[in-house]
Design a protein around this ligand. Sequence first.
Ligand code: HSE
Length: 312
Amino acid sequence: MDQITVFAPASVANVSCGFDALGFCLETVGDVFHIKKTDEKGIQFKEIIGQELPLDPKKNVAGVAAQALLNQYPANCGFEITLTKGIKPGSGIGSSSASAVGIVYALNELMGLGLSKRDLLPFALEGEMLASQAAHADNIAPALLGGFTLVRSLDPMDIASIPSPPELYAAVIHPHIELKTAEARKVLSKTVAFKDSIQQSANLGALVSGLYSADYNLISRSLEDLLVEPKRAPLIPHFGEIKQAALDAGALGAGISGSGPSVFALTQGKETAQKTANAMAHVMQATSIPFDAFVSAINSQGTLTMNVDEIL
Ligand code: HSE
């Protein structure tokens, strides 16, 4: 194999009650990598399409993740990369994670290393750390593995995959303002009240249970964030109204996607997801902030190789 095209999906981290631990994979939005082997060694970004990002591999997330892999598994060739960014950096739906997982997945395939997706996570994490200046794998794990994932530990990396019920859908609204993860982490408290920590753990446990048992009511009751949302909500214009609109439209729950500014909602069924996306969009239409909104099933596949038919 001397070239490959890979789709790396967007993802929603935190999912209200699972800060830095829980995340799920989206299916309609993502980045596409096209990578060719070259005789000249090293990583070279030929073009990044769709977003203004540095072509210097040391300064972009994908380059750093690739170098982490190559440090451990030196290649006898180089790689020329064309990256089409379908995810805007700073949008809150795992832009940096998609870049990090897409490239390590592609290099593993091109070099025939035979590493599993789980083996690739630590390399992707190194790239992700460049963007958020903190180690968290709650976007890279679902983006690479698909479905819902829970990061129990980063060192050693211990990731649990959690099933999701078939009728579970997400509605996402992305207000076009940039909110850097590093900035959104600065507003968080260093300590939390013991009773809030207990309730947050109970919500997370119950959410996982609801996902296993397809208990949509339990999922709904568990989508509550006592620790992070109250601190970050003021960073997102109209967050309260967007969330209320989603709940009024029948969503099971809604919250900040990752570190924002995107807002996600989970619903039972695609029709309710569409209604929810429309309701959230309606709030945004009354503002001067451009946005986009979309509906997605939970993507169970994660990062994958695209075949020629899909590309043409
Ligand atoms: N868990 C991280 C945060 C996700 O909320 O800061 C960042 O995308």
